[in-house]
Design a protein around this ligand. Structure first.
Ligand code: FAD
Length: 766
């Protein structure tokens, strides 16, 4: 609680030396990369993320401003594109937006050539009037190239482009980059945010974060990248959210991934539907799809069905619903906390602006970095600049919905009828009356974009500049046709986009199950399969009626996995308070993807779970002396603490140690009532080992036998290269016999791979 006098003193903090980034999605890792590159040597930068909470996992279309960010980082474009399965993007094809079956393209390029008196649209309008001009898009090289699926990098940005990229791989790529520059990543959930309770100028500022393992992370400046929840800026500092849904009618998304079908096109498709619109984003290894819709007009299940009816290719990740409120936090910087990413607000993805806004928030912060202490004037300036930038972007997006000839559904009628913000209303009217666009100097979307969208959505200006009438038919015709021909001469020589990508930045293809069709020849490197493609799956019955599934000879190169774990040994980290009693290390994305695909192919049906919702894998080693185990480590546990109603978790443990004496896995059932079980587990997480031991009479030590709370229902012995898949809601524990302590602490010890596969539950068991 801030005391009353502190509220009247302008905020001021001491010098900033320790920066804490809360959250490791696209925003968190972009911030980490940008800060560590620009200022890293001067500051201590730590990033906290929770694998269990995960990231939003969408956000894959970008705009050309991203080049600036990559230039700051000094990224190698080919390496970045290969690492993120990226393709090139020349703009967005808006289908059915002006009216059903009427399309237009918003390209990143310039259309035609302007004169100092008037933009090109004036000359085009005059040419159109005299029958001398063809389609407006014919005068834009990027548009012509996109429509013919062509692309090449041309000198001097001759072709202006952005990327489609895999959001998860992008965050992982930036993580590697940031860690190499000294950013320290901390795995864990933030469970408490501490604030300065004093009466000075820094009152109310954030001082530290407590993680679920009990560690306290102190800092001077906190960057809130915790996603839509905005744990720091909103939940702790109480900054309100400004709801813009009166102008931006969509508040829900359903996203799904499909296998690629045909060539990846160099543009995003935005396809208007009766109650929203659909995106299609082609990557090298798959296609991202989604439907953005208004929940007032369409239910979640109908939205999923609509999306699935409108995708091509095998569905790799089934639809999942994401809810959002279009809008913005009233402030994005308060006291010593800056929100960047979804924590600061979310418009909607129609013009792929969120990653740009992350970048802009970050570069603005770097430019105004408060090294000698945060002061209120900096805060005010930052908030004012952010506000102006976001409002003009918001207006540009509203334009798409509002200016349309569609009135086929209540959704579109409402969009047409709505009252838009005054500046936007003025801009629309000005263009209608004069064909002129007048913008602020620092706006993201420039004349070229506004004109394409205003004309594309159906505005035909009633007048244009008189200078165009100075030109006779021959001069105007030649002027227009020369621009058109030049675009045509250039684009036709460009290679096909997919060929260019395959040669410029070929990515390793992950093992996504191929659709039933003939294999396509490719020169790309193929990742060797890591796991037994023809497993003998043994079913081991537990005494409570459930089963677990055992696969021997699971990895094709188990020694290779051990070598990999050894090579990455310095990166293993212990998570205090975690049920697992030893250090862990996240799997490389490629291996995690292989496990995910393996689970999909061989285990999902056996474990009777519904469609996939994501997975996570790690190497783990048991190292903790049994005498020092905390409360949660001396009892069995389940893996389902982080799932929601309607979700299920399945798990894998893969033994990578030759000595079976180090122990397999033992499964339990609770002998307590469900309520008592819950209270027992709550105590295990809240009490320390001694207090818990005293309360329940459970001494420090690994739990491998029945006791008065849990009964053993089955045991799978360890064996070199054996994998056990099981329902993560079953209580289990490592079958650890700590009497042979030296064996755990020498060599690689009890090295395992553990993976967790989150799914929707099946309401009716198969
Ligand atoms: C449907 C949809 C489509 C989109 N499409 C685009 C697009 O095409 N282009 C574009 O530019 N943008 C797009 N976006 C926006 C884009 O996805 C985001 O801007 C981007 O992913 C950044 O998200 P984030 O990092 O802010 O949040 P998240 O990805 O949600 O990350 C939040 C992070 O905070 C961590 N965290 C949260 N709580 C805690 C806690 N208590 N303890 C520890 N860690 C915690 C999480 O583990 C995670 O690491 C889209 C968004 C949506 C919803």
């Amino acid at each position: 609680m801030i005391n009353a006098s502190a509220q009247t003193i302008p905020y001021a903090s001491g010098p900033v030396r320790r920066i804490v980034i809360a959250g490791g999605g696209t925003a968190g890792w972009m911030v980490a990369a940008g800060l560590s590159k620009s200022l890293g040597r001067l500051f201590d930068i730590r990033l906290i993320e929770s694998e269990e909470i995960g990231t939003i996992g969408v956000g894959e279309a970008t705009i050309p401003t991203l080049h600036f960010f990559h230039e700051i980082l000094g990224l190698d474009e080919q390496e970045f594109m290969a690492a993120t399965q990226a393709t090139f993007k020349l703009g967005i094809n808006f289908e059915n937006w002006r009216n059903v079956k009427q399309d237009y393209f918003h390209s990143f390029g310039k259309t035609g050539k302007p004169h100092w008196t008037a933009g090109f649209q004036h000359f085009w309008l005059e040419g159109r009037k005299r029958g001398l001009a063809s389609d407006y898009g014919d005068y834009c090289l990027e548009l012509r190239a996109a429509m013919d699926n062509r692309f090449a990098k041309l000198p001097n940005w001759g072709l202006n482009y952005a990327y489609h990229l895999d959001a998860t791989l992008y965050a992982a790529y930036l993580r590697r980059y940031s860690e190499a520059l000294g950013v320290v990543r901390l795995e864990g959930k933030i469970v408490k945010v501490h604030t300065d309770t004093g009466a000075g100028a820094s009152a109310g500022g954030i001082t530290a974060l407590t993680l679920n393992d009990g560690s306290l992370i102190e800092g001077d400046l906190f960057i809130d990248c915790t996603g839509m929840r905005s744990l720091l800026l909103s939940e702790t500092l109480g900054v309100a959210y400004e709801d813009w849904s009166r102008w931006l009618p969509c508040d829900s998304a359903v996203a799904a991934q499909t296998a690629s079908v045909g060539e990846a096109v160099p543009y995003t498709r935005s396809i208007a539907h009766p109650f929203g619109w659909q995106w299609r984003i082609p990557l090298q290894h798959r296609v991202g799809n989604g439907l953005i819709f208004s929940s007032q007009h369409l239910g979640d299940e109908e939205a999923k069905a609509t999306l699935l009816a409108n995708v091509q290719g095998e569905v790799l990740r089934p639809p999942r619903v994401i809810k959002f409120t279009p809008g913005q936090r009233e402030l994005v910087w308060k006291k010593n906390c800056v929100a960047i990413g979804l924590s600061s607000g979310f418009l909607e993805p129609l013009e792929s602006t969120s990653i740009h806004l992350i970048q802009r928030g970050l570069t603005r912060l770097i430019q105004m970095f408060p090294a000698e202490g945060v002061c209120q004037s900096d805060i005010d300036e930052y908030n004012a600049q952010t506000r102006t930038a976001i409002e003009t972007i918001r207006d540009f997006i509203i334009l798409h919905y509002h200016v349309t000839n569609r009135s086929d559904t209540p959704f579109w009628q409402k969009c047409r009828d709505m009252e838009v913000p005054p500046l936007l209303a003025h801009r629309i009217q000005l263009f209608k009356d004069t064909a002129r666009v007048c913008l602020g100097t620092d706006e993201l979307f420039q004349d070229n974009s506004w004109i394409q969208v205003m004309m594309g959505q159906g505005i035909t200006p009633s007048a244009h500049h008189p200078v165009t009438r100075q030109m006779n038919d021959r001069d105007l015709g030649e002027f227009l046709s020369e621009i058109r021909k030049e675009a045509a001469r250039t684009f036709i020589k460009l290679p096909k986009h997919h060929e260019y990508v395959a040669q410029f930045c070929p990515a390793v293809k992950p093992p996504i199950p191929a659709p039933a069709q003939a294999p396509v020849a490719t020169n790309r490197p193929v990742v060797p399969a890591k796991f037994n493609p023809h497993p003998q799956i043994q079913t081991v019955a537990l005494s409570n009626g459930q089963s677990v599934f055992v696969i021997d000879d699971f990895a094709l190169d188990p020694e290779g996995l051990v070598r990999e774990a050894q090579a990455r040994e310095p990166s293993f980290q212990v998570q205090k308070g975690h049920p697992y009693p030893g250090p862990q290390l996240a799997l490389q994305p490629e291996m995690a993807q292989q496990l995910d695909a393996y689970f999909e192919q061989h285990l999902r049906a056996r474990l009777r779970t519904g469609p996939a919702l994501g997975s996570y894998g790690r190497f783990s080693r048991v190292l903790q002396d049994s005498a020092t185990l905390g409360a949660v480590q001396r009892i069995c546990h389940t893996d389902d603490s982080n799932i929601e109603a309607g979700e299920a978790i399945s798990a894998l443990v893969h033994y990578l140690f030759p000595d079976p004496q180090l122990g397999g896995t033992v499964f339990f059932r609770s002998l307590m009532s469900p309520q008592d079980t819950q209270s027992f587990l709550r105590d295990a997480t809240s009490l320390d080992g001694a207090a818990f031991g005293e309360k329940y009479g459970i001494p420090a030590g690994y739990m491998t036998q029945s006791n008065r709370y849990f009964e053993v229902i089955g045991r799978v012995p360890a064996r070199w290269n054996r994998a056990v898949f099981y329902d993560g809601s079953i209580f289990h524990s490592g079958d650890i016999q700590w009497s042979s302590a030296a064996a755990y602490q020498s060599g690689n010890g009890r090295l395992t791979v553990n993976a967790f596969f989150k799914s929707q539950s099946l309401s009716v068991p198969a």
